[in-house]
Design a protein around this ligand. Structure first.
Ligand SMILES: [Zn+2]
Length: 261
């Protein structure tokens, strides 16, 4: 994909490129290394904290032909995952629960989730994004599948884990995604500025940007891109200018973020 969209260029393509979520990443790596793959994994967390990115890299890792500590990013499966981002070609089946009908779930169940050709012989991988949009009958059907079909890996993404029943949560591995620390965001932003040839006037500008974006990596990228259109020097004033109509559109930046000096 040829794009200059920062959100796409700088999204993590490997575990080592992700910032924050250290323990979730370690857990996912251990699963791949040990090849002890659970039937169900549920990622939950505020929008922008990395649920989609982490689950995508995890699916890539499960299909990577040379996985060591991280995906190789050069084998045919890694290349396929990148080529068909965000759907991963036939290496996994990605479902958007905002538009998925229960009929389609019935169809998947009837076909033992193998309707979509998959790469791993031992696991049919299905990812359900926006899982909070499903009804309890939908969740119950999937819960039954987790209990009866050992060849499944179902990955669920949702904002708040309380949207699913306790029985469901107890049946799957639950991983919470969180905002990275500001100490992680700043060097990451600095590297991006370097590669985009954006001069950083002083570290306060990076801090201002990180805080304005609520420490959410993809929001940081959007804001940085906006600044980059205005000038190739990053200053606090420019960040404030770029953020003028930004805060009103970004909801829910936690207050603790702003209290940091
Ligand atoms: Zn690979």
């Amino acid at each position: 994909m040829n794009t200059s969209d920062f959100r796409s260029v700088y999204r993590p393509k490997k575990f080592s490129e992700a910032i924050g979520n250290k323990w979730s990443i370690q857990t996912l790596k251990n699963i791949v290394i040990s090849n002890r793959i659970p039937n169900g994994i549920l990622f939950h967390g505020h929008p922008g904290t990395g649920k989609s990115c982490l689950s995508y890299v995890f699916v890539k890792a499960l299909n990577c032909l040379n996985f060591k500590e991280d995906v190789c990013d050069v084998c045919k499966n890694c290349l396929l995952m990148e080529k068909y981002y965000p759907h991963g070609s036939w290496l996994a089946d990605f479902h958007d629960c905002t538009i998925m009908k229960e009929d389609h779930l019935e169809y998947l169940i009837k076909n033992h989730f193998t309707a979509f050709p998959q790469n791993r012989p031992d696991k049919n991988i299905h990812v359900f994004d926006e899982f909070q949009r499903t009804r309890s009958s939908f969740q119950e059907k999937l819960l039954r599948q987790l209990d009866t079909n050992p060849n499944l890996l179902l990955i669920f993404l949702l904002i708040d884990a309380s949207h699913v029943e306790d029985a469901f949560r107890q049946r799957v591995l639950v991983l919470k995604t969180e905002r990275p620390e500001i100490q992680e965001v700043i060097p990451w932003l600095r590297r991006i500025c370097d590669s985009e040839q954006i001069a950083v006037k002083d570290v306060r500008a990076l801090k201002e940007l990180a805080i304005t974006a609520g420490l959410l990596p993809r929001e940081c990228l959007s804001l940085l891109q906006k600044v980059s259109y205005m000038d190739n020097i990053l200053t606090t004033d420019l960040v404030k200018e770029a953020a003028r109509d930004y805060r009103s559109t970004t909801k829910e930046t936690p207050s603790y973020v702003f209290s940091e000096e």
